[in-house]
Design a protein around this ligand. Structure first.
Ligand code: 5GP
Length: 192
């Protein structure tokens, strides 16, 4: 078990960082009513915590997408399965992502949101995997710089598992997890 993965960011680190991001966003959007848009399913956990850390009137909306193959094969082309229902014209939109990896998905989603006539469109990601970036996407707000490893927990899944973990785990042995997708179900969480 221990060799398959380990805690990268514990729940307390995440709580602190999300609170800081919320304060920063509150300061920068003061006097405005941003629309926080997230992508299901991974972004839902982060959005739920982040929106409560922003002390402004906010609206939230959700998108759901499916990728054609993996991001690199698809060059970020995604099919929109669920779209924002709000009129974004003139609004300040903040795209809230769980993780930015190659940047292809975010680039595509930012261009979709910009095409809706928003006054501003910015990107906030909990995890920024800068080492794997293949397009120049620079999130305005990023929680943590993420190492070049597969991570799960706090919304992020492996084959739909682990989204409900309160901690973010780094997978050290992806082959072992592929062989046994439940291998991380009893990881040792840090002391609360
Ligand atoms: P990008 O287009 O930036 O390469 O891909 C972003 C998407 O890939 C994320 O929204 C997420 O669904 C998935 N992804 C990238 N890295 C990871 C990771 O380490 N763990 C998990 N669970 N998903 C990831």
């Amino acid at each position: 078990m221990a060799e398959v993965g380990r805690v990268l960011y514990g729940r307390e680190d995440v709580r602190r960082r999300v609170a800081e991001l919320g304060r920063t966003i509150t300061g920068e959007y003061v006097g405005r009513e941003p629309v926080l848009v997230t992508v299901l399913k991974g972004g839902a956990v982060f959005l739920a915590d982040l929106m409560r850390a922003v002390d402004l009137p906010v609206e939230v909306s959700f998108m759901a997408i499916s990728r054609y193959g993996d991001a690199e094969e698809s060059l970020g082309r995604v099919q929109i399965l669920l779209d924002v229902e709000l009129d974004l014209a003139g609004r300040d939109v903040l795209l809230v992502e769980d993780i930015v990896d190659t940047g292809l998905t975010s680039r595509y989603l930012l261009s979709v949101l910009r095409s809706r006539g928003a006054a501003s469109v910015e990107l906030c990601t909990l995890l920024d995997k800068t080492v794997r970036r293949i397009v120049p996407i620079h999130p305005r707000y990023a929680g943590f710089d993420c190492p070049d490893s597969f991570v799960v927990g706090y919304g992020l899944d492996f084959r739909e598992r682990y989204r409900n973990l309160p901690d973010i785990l780094q997978v050290d042995d992806l082959a072992a997890l592929r062989a046994d997708p439940d291998a991380l179900t009893s990881y040792a969480p840090p002391a609360a």
